[in-house]
Ligand binder design. Structure first.
Ligand SMILES: Cc1ncc(COP(=O)(O)O)c(C=O)c1O
Length: 452
């Protein structure tokens, strides 16, 4: 099942038409609720939330001189100035990580991490299927097999109990994804990894400042990857980072992202001691990112406050179940997901519910779909390289194993997800979200009958 919009698409669509709004403020059309507010907007009534939402990303004029200074200096490349290193130190401090390496994107952060953790051609990586497609791609580009563990239907993250049975003699790493900024249950994952001597690489590309048992995501495995792409909570158009506590691993990451040039503990007689690529961040990106450290912290607090409020009120509605977080952890809500049960809505399908909620002025999507059936993995599996690296039996069994991902199928079919910018609005706007869901439930029989 495919969502009506892609993740980035609906974040953009949530922002459309709200260019005049100031940061964190939301405009309401006066008297808009006086119209037939009791009738669903999809059936001709007035939308619950007619005023739009805060646009994204946001930029303050006060930040511009720092960017212009870099522009005029002509020192745009990381080797020509200190901004990227300054950003790395600042981001590491924010997370409580020992080291950070800035990269060109989240995808390149994943490529660097997989390479440094010695994921090589013909290896297998156990990964969450419920993620942005870049996670799959990074493994495939390393000519390794992404072996999907199942998704836990209540948490939407990797189900630790489904990992061990998927380990083979080729498994090198586990790649849990803190999807939507919700921390994975890392303790059992790390225990399994230690037992089987596997690397743990966190995909924290949506989890800036998320916390698990008092520690930030990005400090919970061997290495972790972040994205600063434009839709993200701390954006710079494109950008990424690898974080970790091992100087040796981070020096290796640095070398690999910088054409194999020796750095830190590897600095010695030979300038190029390893293979490498060019995944460097530019000075501009670093300056743009550093301006947003405080904003990220403030907005994270606000998103959490609004998400907590939504969870309290949405779970009172029969058929709506907010996602469950691991004990003692805090999400940052890149998307705010809840589970929708059509049985409590007179059989109104999830897709019709999404349509009805969107028309009420609440941007939403169905999140990720079962993308392993899209053809990407068949294309990889039928490539000359993969056929050389894996036996026909292994590839057949791997392809068949997608059918076993029952938890993931459930999550893909039942999730409703709200984009992060909604959580930057006022309490009154959160009430609109709850009110819109209640209104759809009240009229669900009529909506289920309506076509289109
Ligand atoms: C979970 C996840 N992994 C990886 C990536 C890849 O990051 P980027 O788009 O910066 O390459 C993203 C970005 O959207 C993501 O959300």
């Amino acid at each position: 099942m495919k969502p009506s919009l892609t993740r980035r698409g609906f974040i953009q669509s949530a922002a459309v038409g709200s260019g005049v709004l100031t940061w964190l403020s939301v405009r309401h059309a006066p008297g808009a609720f006086a119209a037939d507010a009791s009738k669903p907007a999809l059936l001709g009534g007035a939308p619950v939330h007619p005023g739009g939402w805060s646009d994204w990303p946001k930029w303050l004029e006060a930040w511009e001189p720092a960017v212009i200074k870099v522009l005029r200096s002509g020192k745009w490349y990381r080797g020509d100035g200190g901004h990227v290193a300054e950003f790395e130190a600042g981001y590491a401090k924010l997370l409580g990580a020992k080291r950070c390496l800035a990269t060109a994107s989240g995808t390149t952060a994943l490529l660097v991490s997989l390479h440094v953790m010695d994921v090589d051609a013909g290896d297998e990586v156990i990964v969450s299927p419920y993620t942005f497609i870049a996670t799959y791609n990074a493994i495939l580009i390393n000519k390794a097999l992404p072996v999907f563990a199942d998704t836990h239907p209540a948490t939407l993250t990797i189900d630790p109990t489904s990992i061990e049975s998927r380990i083979t003699e080729r498994t090198r790493a586990i790649l849990p994804v803190h999807i939507y900024g919700m921390p994975c249950d890392m303790d059992p994952i790390n225990t399994i990894a230690r037992k089987h001597k596997l690397a743990v690489i966190e995909d924290a590309c949506q989890a800036w400042l998320a916390e698990y048992k008092g520690r930030k995501c990005g400090t919970l495995g061997d290495l972790a990857c972040f994205s600063f792409q434009n839709s993200k909570h701390i954006p710079s158009g494109e950008g990424g980072a690898v974080t970790g506590d091992s100087d040796e691993l981070l020096d290796r990451c640095h070398a690999f992202h910088n054409v194999g040039r020796a750095t830190g503990s590897f600095k010695g007689a030979k300038p190029y001691f390893t293979r490498g690529s060019n995944y460097r961040m530019q000075q501009f990106q670093a300056v743009i990112l550093m301006q947003q450290f405080d904003k990220l912290a403030q907005e994270t607090t606000r998103r959490r406050m609004n998400a907590d409020y939504l969870s309290v009120h949405l779970k009172e509605i029969p058929g709506i179940q907010p996602a469950r977080l691991p004990e003692n952890s805090r999400a940052v809500w890149h998307l705010y997901p809840f589970r929708y049960d059509a049985q409590h809505f007179n059989g109104l399908s999830r897709d019709k519910f999404l349509k009805a909620l969107n028309v009420e002025g609440i941007p939403c999507s169905g999140g990720y779909h079962e993308q392993y059936f899209d053809g990407l993995l068949d294309e990889a599996m039928n490539s000359r390289g993969f056929k050389r690296l894996f036996s026909a039996e292994r590839l057949k069994a791997w392809r068949e194993s997608f059918q076993e991902l029952k938890g993931n199928r459930e999550v893909c079919a039942a999730t409703v997800a709200l984009p992060q910018n909604l959580l930057l609005a006022e309490r009154r706007d959160m009430d609109h979200i709850v009110e819109a869901v209640r209104k759809i439930q009240t009229h669900s029989a009529a909506l289920a009958k309506a076509t289109g």
